[in-house]
Write a protein of this length. Structure first.
Lengths: 288, 300
């Protein structure tokens, strides 16, 4: 047991990978609940791609990659929020156009320089095993900022998710709330993307929350469950990836292992809760 | 050219123009570029046409998921040494089924189900890839596309598929539009709505597979959504917006290729940026034009 679950983290790079996975797993699980309740999974996916040109331009200009990603992310969050006010443009289409155009700008920028395929691969797949201390601190700071936003606006965001018309009637500014929620998601994406890549970010923002939604109906427990699932899968994913590589000579990418594990948990919970619900329904029928 | 710039203000514009003309001549004269141009315009037009249905049915995220979650199919095809596009097409069926299964519970809305499948599918591909040592060259082209390396066979496949897709869309037109706008009405009128949905997804998958060599996975979504959304800003009727979207899509292919040739940027990405820019400009201009038009109607 010790060999399997503790020993991998005796090495420095595994400790750092674990720290960043736990931070992002917890923050992603919490913010993900708002993403799922607001049905904004596509927006999370959009952001993971729209921060790319910021990173690319910062890379070429020699500036801070974090700042580049943050600026591009906030720009796309603002543009998306604005475009939803135009009734002739469907939200879905607006996100797809933002995603592809921003991403394409990034590809154009990097295609003018060096070996751009390399940078693309890192962006997509991440490199959780090589994060350094500075990146962990930045991830923690940005994650905390995202948590602060949803903590302050929790009541309003939940209200808006369940009853947008009611919120408008009660006099809250829906566009500003949208923007705040979108920026919270942006912060998580920027916090995570350098370390874990686009795919892991979208998985951490959607899958733990989807699992939590299956397990409970009330928002508070859902947030706790989302964070727990995110943290547990981050830890176990690293354990599996490490043990597969060291003990069984199967080189499983760490980030991808975490995502596949999350997906497996989602499938199992879907089946289990579905079965439980059917049992309960049958019992109600027999009692009657 | 450098001296001309400083001497005359108007000269810089006409030198730009000359550059465009040179670039166009390059394209027409070079076999490689001519093939690329034909392919880009076919894919652009096809994307525009089917994109109108896609946008009306809000399938953009599904298209995105189809391009990402089919990645394991591509990796498996590469490992087994079969055609990459065949692998991705086969996996596309699985993806559609997975999204449908994941979204059957009322607690899981369609967007969440799509997100879970997208991430899980793509990660499975990465996992398979990472377990195999040392191949990534083919797959980069798969992600961002390489229009300059399309073969005559690719062009023929694209053209034939485009014709087939347009014919199917024309045959199903009424059913597609009816079921998109009024699902319940279509059902009670005796249409098999689920079969229409599946037909639409099959056409979408075919379009994606055809456009992959040109613009890659992510940017093929650009050609599906941007020209169609641009057209919808200008006209209301579905048929008219399909024609307009086809023209816009083909023009985006043309302009994007010329610009990429001039500026030496990745072709697929440049086409996608042109498509996005066309949409952004229309988003600003179309309401102004419409306001003016309705004002002049009122005056008359």
């Amino acid at each position: 047991m010790y060999h399997l679950f503790v020993e991998p983290f005796a090495v420095g790079f595994m400790q750092r990978a674990l720290t960043v996975s736990l931070i992002i797993g917890a923050v992603g699980g919490v913010i993900g609940v708002y993403v799922v309740l607001r049905k904004r999974a596509f927006f999370a996916d959009t952001l993971t791609h729209t921060v790319f040109p910021g990173v690319a331009i910062a890379f070429v200009a020699g500036g801070s990659l974090w700042l580049g990603a943050l600026l591009a992310g906030i720009a796309s969050a603002v543009l998306f929020t604005l475009s939803t006010t135009n009734r002739r443009v469907d939200d879905d289409a607006a996100m797809a156009i933002l995603l592809t155009t921003f991403f394409a700008i990034g590809v154009m920028v990097v295609s003018r320089i060096t070996t751009y395929t390399n940078d693309l691969v890192v962006l997509l797949f991440g490199r959780v095993l090589t994060v350094d201390r500075g990146e962990i601190i930045t991830a923690a700071v940005l994650g905390t900022a995202a948590l602060l936003i949803v903590a302050v606006l929790h009541k309003e965001l939940v209200f808006q998710a369940f009853d947008p018309e009611g919120l408008r009637a009660a006099g809250y500014p829906p566009v500003l709330l949208d923007l705040a929620a979108n920026i919270a998601v942006t912060l998580v994406v920027v916090a995570a993307i350098q370390a874990v890549g686009t795919v892991l970010v979208i998985a951490l923002l959607v899958t733990p929350a989807a699992v939590a939604r299956l397990l409970t109906r009330s928002v508070g427990p859902m947030i706790a469950a989302g964070a727990t699932v995110g943290v547990a899968c981050g830890y176990l994913g690293l354990v599996i990836s490490y043990s597969a590589s060291i003990d069984h000579e199967l080189r499983f990418a760490a980030g991808a292992t975490i995502v596949v594990l999350l997906t497996v948990v989602f499938v199992v919970v879907t089946l289990a809760t579905g079965g439980a619900r059917r049992l309960r329904a049958r019992r109600v029928v027999t009692v009657q | 050219m450098g001296r001309g710039d400083s001497e005359l203000d108007g000269w810089s514009l006409s030198s730009e123009l000359r550059l465009v003309i040179t670039s166009l001549r390059d394209i027409v004269e070079s076999d490689l570029l001519r093939r690329a141009l034909i392919e880009a315009m076919i894919v652009g037009a096809l994307g525009g046409i089917i994109g109108v249905h896609l946008v009306v049915r809000r399938l953009s995220f599904t298209a995105m998921a189809l391009t990402h979650a089919t990645f394991p199919g591509v990796v498996l095809a590469a490992i087994l040494g079969i055609n990459l596009l065949a692998g991705s097409a086969a996996f596309g069926v699985l993806v559609v089924v997975a999204i449908w299964l994941a979204g059957r519970r009322p607690e899981v809305d369609n967007s969440t189900a799509t997100g879970v499948v997208l991430a899980g599918g793509f990660a499975l591909g990465v996992l398979l890839l990472s377990a195999q040592a040392g191949f990534s060259r083919d797959l980069t082209a798969y992600l961002v596309g390489s229009v300059l390396t399309v073969t005559t066979r690719d062009v023929i496949v694209a053209a034939v598929s485009a014709v087939v897709i347009v014919i199917v869309l024309a045959v199903l037109h009424q059913a597609l539009v009816f079921s998109a706008f009024d699902r319940v009405g279509a059902e009670s009128a005796g249409l098999r709505v689920v079969w229409i949905d599946l037909a639409m997804l099959a056409l979408l998958e075919l379009t994606l597979v055809v456009s992959l060599p040109t613009v890659g996975t992510i940017l093929s979504v650009a050609l599906l959504v941007a020209p169609a959304s641009t057209a919808r800003l200008w006209v209301d009727r579905i048929g008219a917006s399909m024609v307009l979207a086809a023209v816009i899509g083909a023009l985006c292919g043309l302009v994007g290729l010329v610009v990429s040739n001039m500026a030496d940027t990745a072709a697929g990405a440049t086409i996608a940026v042109v498509a996005g820019a066309t949409f952004a400009v229309s988003l600003v201009i179309a309401p102004m034009v419409q306001r003016q038009r309705s004002a002049s109607v009122r005056l008359a």
